[in-house]
Design a protein. Sequence first.
Length: 884
Amino acid sequence: MIELLFFFTSLILLGEHEHMESGILLVALIATFAAIHLSQAEDQEGFISLDCGLAPSEASPYIEPDTGLWFSSDSEFIQSGKIGKIDPSLPKTIKSYVTLRYFPDGIRNCYNLSVKQGTNYLMRFTALYGNYDGLNITPKFDLYVGPNFWVTIDLENKISGQSEEIIYIPRSNSLDLCLVKTGATTPMVSSVELRPLANDIYITESGSLKSFKRYYLTSSDTILSYPNDVKDRIWETKFDPEWMQISTTLEANNSNGFLVPQNVLKTAAIPANDTAPFNITEELDFPDDQIYLYLHFSEVQALPIGDFREFDIFWNGQQFDKTIRPEYLKTTTIKSTTPVTCKGGLCNLELIRTTNSILPPLLNAIELYTVVKFPQVETNENDVVAILKIKAQYGLNRITWQGDPCVPQNFLWDGLNCNNTDTSTPPIITYLNLTSNGLEGNIAAAIQNLTHLEKLDLSNNNLTGEVPEFLANMKSLMLINLSKNNLIGLIPQALLDREKEGLQLIVDGEHRCLSGSCVTEKKIPVKTVAFVSSATVMFAFKRKKSSSSKALPLSSIKLGEDVTSTNISEISIEMKRRKFTYSEVMKITKNLARPLGEGGFGVVYHGDINGSQQVAVKLLSQSSTQGYKEFKAEVELLLRVHHINLVSLVGYCDERGHLALIYEYMSNGDLKHHLSGKHDSSVLKWSTRLQIAIDAALGLEYLHIGCRPPMVHRDVKSTNILLGEGFTAKLADFGLSRSFQLGGEYHVSTVVAGTPGYLDPECYRTGRLAELSDVYSFGVVLLEIITNQDVVDQTREKSHIAEWTAFMLNRGDIAGIMDPNLHGDYNSHSAWRKKRPNMFQVVIELKECLTCEMSMKGNGQDMDSQSSPKVSISYDTTDLPSAR
Ligand SMILES: *[C@@H]1O[C@H](CO)[C@@H](O)[C@H](O)[C@H]1NC(C)=O
Ligand SMILES: *[C@@H]1O[C@H](CO)[C@@H](O)[C@H](O)[C@H]1NC(C)=O
Ligand SMILES: *[C@@H]1O[C@H](CO)[C@@H](O)[C@H](O)[C@H]1NC(C)=O
Ligand SMILES: *[C@@H]1O[C@H](CO)[C@@H](O)[C@H](O)[C@H]1NC(C)=O
Ligand SMILES: *[C@@H]1O[C@H](CO)[C@@H](O)[C@H](O)[C@H]1NC(C)=O
Ligand SMILES: *[C@@H]1O[C@H](CO)[C@@H](O)[C@H](O)[C@H]1NC(C)=O
Ligand SMILES: *[C@@H]1O[C@H](CO)[C@@H](O)[C@H](O)[C@H]1NC(C)=O
Ligand SMILES: *[C@@H]1O[C@H](CO)[C@@H](O)[C@H](O)[C@H]1NC(C)=O
Ligand SMILES: *[C@@H]1O[C@H](CO)[C@@H](O)[C@H](O)[C@H]1NC(C)=O
Ligand SMILES: *[C@@H]1O[C@H](CO)[C@@H](O)[C@H](O)[C@H]1NC(C)=O
């Protein structure tokens, strides 16, 4: 949990996401409010009430005092627009209309509302100009739902603003509500409200229902809405002099699905003249509109037995439904099943009492809806999801990238093209051009879900990583322009194959190689290390079953000049010359005054011989697991071998009960200590690390190849690599070393020696010893150098460093592999930045290595020698795996 928290904390702190912060704030505030206003919250379940232009830092959400509705800022739901406030000198209006959002930029600006797919929503849009800009120019603009035109908002002469309602069923979980500029004036909005309705009450054959009239018949002038109407429909009032009001104080049974408010059902109108028909006429704004009618009846008078009220309904002169007798205190709703048009735009309703009826007709409320055709289907949902992912990944905040990507055609997103030849089939994205957009990171994986893409232009960006294979699987692709990016690696073969089939692929680089990653450079130290560590990783994971072993290809190797060899009889002479007494040892160390550290087999002390030559004296403890045999082995070995990269033995002490080894003094301690940052908190530079690696490699190489008979160190690890002046590295601690037969393996014993984590698993299993187990250990050291990770860490996803590295590489997380300390180095020095892409080549190198291994199995070609002759001698990576 804490990690997660930290993760989020860092995301918030590091990311520049205004949204995210306000999101947190919102959540916190919602939590508070939720506790206080739980009951209202439950009532308003699914409601979306946006007070547009409300700064999220202002109390958002808040409870609107008149209605108890719970309004929040709209800032989460729109990426554009500016905030305004109506002229304060104007008469007081309801709170949610005071602030507003206006859109000076772009043609189409869209709200993205989170809705439930398939739910019937009553959506209300309100704009109140209120001279917010002091210009006194009322706006006129269009509203769209997704890709479809809904209504024109024209605020001229509308002092109290314009409210529009529609009943709409979203086709996905997000709903775009777009304001579209149609002239010189600036679109604006005061509030947006969505109310989920039952799905079976307002139904249309096609399109959506746009509210035209909704009123209840009363002589009062109380407009009803939430909380009177739990669905927050707004009920206006209407009364005619020819009518008479009848009413009740009793509540009616309104549970017929429509949930008509009680206050609507408590009053009704009847014709004042008992015998006259009940007549209502409404004039349409657009004479050709199709109309749906809803009539709500509830008897408000308790009729004496024998009395009844019965009438027929005529809608535009046609009998509408059957003869009706409203029930006492129980709602009956009569509704259209098909839309009608009204002659000349005049819609007429007549209620005519039947001849038997004792009482005149009655009516409580009317709703009239016009049909809005929404012919344009939205862009293919998969494409929308994919393009939104791409938009999010690259942080594309273009003003046109709002609303539906493809339609309407005139609001097509910049850089896209779509096939929308037929309005009844979802448009499909066929063209994506993001050239020169400053894109960073990898080529977005979501691109593969634009399955009908024909042209893809990602040129002239800062894209990094490899060219993904999935591009080859996109069957429609005819052109891919990836030029002018920082892509690396080889182009997938499958993509090259597609090229033969006519795909036009534009990338930079010679021989279809990106950023020179395939180019053989004279000296890329990083590459060398990558090669060797690749070999290590492969050792761990790509082991050959074969137990037959083959020596290193010695034939191709020439020894360095500083390498010498000593014969046995020389050794015995040497041994006498270098022997010290215990009292001499005490003198050298000034009675063990300055311990340098504790090795595996005893404490190491600082000393000096004759006040000039500094030495390190290892005093073997009595309890040491290193027996006399090991001690002798080390003495023998060190006296026999001389190499600049092996710690040299100055002398030794071999008295009963006192064994000591006197080494040359290594002023900079061991590699592990330096990597851990404990030494003097300075970070080893990359170039230094590399030099250390090469030094250690040369030392090991000498043991394997320069010595006769060859030696195996058997305990190569970072604590056994010591650093002298100028960070010259030398291998130390030869206590476990053994000689082995040239060209074969030396079967030591069933006891496996060495340090866990560095031990070649193969060696573990078979108990066999081979020089290659040193190579394995050295590879582990290289991984330490690169990653600065512990060799074995049980808390890591993969406890062993080699497994972990391979795991990270497989995930493509190369940055995550690198020693974070090095990373800092890169950032602070531009020289490093230049090198940094080379780090990414590790993966490529691995792949190349594998390919090489496959294709060159068994032939001793030295692939690496071109890149670094120095190291290639002992680390012929092409050969190592197959050698097993
Ligand atoms: C709209 O919002 C939904 C859910 O919040 C999100 O999944 C989607 O990506 C958003 N769409 C756009 C165009 O931002
Ligand atoms: C209200 O009317 C419905 C049918 O329209 C009926 O099922 C329900 O029982 C009635 N409720 C009451 C309280 O009478
Ligand atoms: C009432 O309506 C009937 C039929 O329309 C009409 O004949 C009669 O004159 C009306 N009575 C009054 C008082 O207006
Ligand atoms: C009702 O209205 C219609 C259309 O306006 C009209 O033709 C008719 O005469 C009216 N009826 C009465 C009784 O007012
Ligand atoms: C557009 O899609 C239709 C099928 O929906 C297809 O018949 C037509 O060829 C496509 N047009 C183009 C230009 O790709
Ligand atoms: C992408 O757009 C740029 C200009 O914005 C244009 O020059 C280039 O040709 C386009 N690419 C393709 C493949 O059409
Ligand atoms: C790549 O990024 C650098 C630095 O962030 C910037 O200066 C350069 O303009 C970018 N190049 C492109 C092609 O976007
Ligand atoms: C591609 O679409 C499929 C199905 O909608 C989805 O499961 C997958 O995650 C998408 N892939 C990417 C990379 O977005
Ligand atoms: C590919 O993109 C580069 C850089 O934007 C441009 O110079 C080149 O003309 C493009 N090639 C094609 C064939 O579109
Ligand atoms: C070993 O060294 C001794 C003394 O330097 C020398 O006489 C002898 O020939 C050497 N033997 C070999 C095999 O090199």
